[in-house]
Write a protein that binds this ligand. Structure first.
Ligand code: PGA
Length: 249
């Protein structure tokens, strides 16, 4: 089985000005100087360039929180892959539940965005996850399977290993109600099975857990065999907490 390098990503959402982002990077870098893990910061668009510049020569790579699938065009308010690449961004979060819920992100659009990101040379971090109602109704696997099949529909099996998947149960995001390590492991093992079923080299794909990850629960989550890292929201805003989570992987 291929060794999967742990992958820890900070999803800042709509937090931090450019000055605050700079301050964070300066505080984080000395704390993670020895890490061998993949460390990815996802700031708001305006802070991307600053974070890229300030983290040069470190383990940190930078991701956007969304992108449009076209290279350019009449799409007011949108940002494209070439624009991100030009400033040194290397990855992009796609399909976060907040974008699905508040901004009308659809599986159809994600099915175009994921291959567009790969074709441009950006690493997609594709988010999937069930609502509380779906979990209570025993539909967790059905929801995950539907999202994965739809969002990855245009990805060739040989390309699947270049994608990072984040399992983020909606009921655990920003609620303080973390999934138990067993719940997260079960869902993530299922996601790996779906990727295997699509003909991908599923054992090479990094699959992260996201939803109220904190320094206190990170180690037990990431100790599970299929959980390769974390997508961290709230606790990623503090450099000390985020560094502790990187260390826990
Ligand atoms: P949270 O957010 O860690 O604040 O729950 C996770 C996410 O939305 O990626």
């Amino acid at each position: 089985m291929p060794e999967r390098t742990p992958y820890i990503a900070a999803n800042w959402k709509m937090h931090k000005t450019v000055a605050e982002a700079a301050e964070f990077v300066d505080a984080l870098l000395p704390r993670i100087a020895a890490t061998q893990h993949d460390v990815v910061l996802c700031p708001p668009y305006l802070a991307l360039a600053e974070v890229v510049e300030r983290s040069r020569g470190s383990a940190v790579r930078v991701a956007a929180q969304n992108m449009h699938e076209a290279e350019s065009g009449a799409f007011t308010g949108e940002v494209s892959a070439p624009m991100l690449l030009e400033i040194g961004v290397e990855a992009v979060v796609l399909g976060h539940s907040e974008r699905r819920q508040y901004f009308g992100e659809t599986d159809e659009a994600l099915a175009r965005k994921a291959p567009a990101a790969l074709a441009a040379g950006l690493e997609p971090i594709l988010c999937v996850g069930e609502s509380e109602e779906a979990r209570d109704a025993g539909q967790t696997e059905g929801v995950l399977e539907r999202q994965l099949q739809a969002d990855l529909a245009a990805i060739e099996p040989a390309e699947l290993a270049r994608i990072v998947v984040a399992y983020e149960p909606i009921w655990a995001i920003g609620t303080g109600r973390t999934a138990t390590p067993e719940q997260a492991q079960e869902a993530i093992a299922f996601i790996r099975d779906v990727l295997r079923g699509r003909g991908g080299e599923a054992d090479a794909v990094r699959i992260l857990y996201g939803g109220s990850v904190k320094p206190a629960n990170a180690a037990e989550l990431m100790a599970k065999p299929d959980i390769d890292g974390a997508l961290v929201g709230g606790a990623s805003l503090d450099p000390e907490d985020f560094a502790a989570i990187v260390e826990a992987a």
